[in-house]
Design a protein around this ligand. Sequence first.
Ligand SMILES: [Fe+2]
Length: 224
Amino acid sequence: MILNNIVKNCFQKTNVYLISVRNKVTLPSLRYKYEDLEPVISRDIMQLHHSKHHAAYVNNYNATEEKLQQALSQGDANSVLELGSALKFNGGGHINHSLFWEMLTPNSSNTKISDKLNGAIENTFGSFNSFKSQLSAIAVGIQGSGWAWLGCNPTTKHLLLIPCANQDPLKETTGLIPLFGIDVWEHAYYLQYKNARADYVNAIFEIINWNYVSQRFENVTSRN
Ligand SMILES: [Fe+2]
């Protein structure tokens, strides 16, 4: 994370000075070009999605966090509580999209699902195709905007499929560790797929970075 902002809040209380140094969140660079996910996701969608939508979550989160610091420093409890929903929405948007870009790749055929994750998927959902069908049904069925997730319980190590509304982040909302997610906000597909969300959901399985998803599963299951 780039340290791009230093804020010094000095509170003089007799001879005590408190200095806080804060990092702002930043828009992550993609590991591929906007056009590289075509034909599954068009260049126009990727450019808007990353440089406008994700950037807005980043900017709004940082702006809200500044207001929060100010409210905290003033002991303004009402303002602190009022900022909670904006922090969750914009912070969640940043967390979700940062994961999403890494979970996709133009070279999906050069990535491989690990035997361990594939075995867990087959044990949990019956088969890979059944997993794909169930996750797709959740993604297509989300009313309004949200995400469909494959998550892992960090305690039991069990896999679960679950929807999240809006930009609610999976881990902070449910405790599950996100392994793979599908953004079904209209900004993710409408320019290309129009109202055919199911076609977008079906196509996105062609660009999954299975190396990354498998490593996330390994990270969860190797922890005590
Ligand atoms: Fe999105």
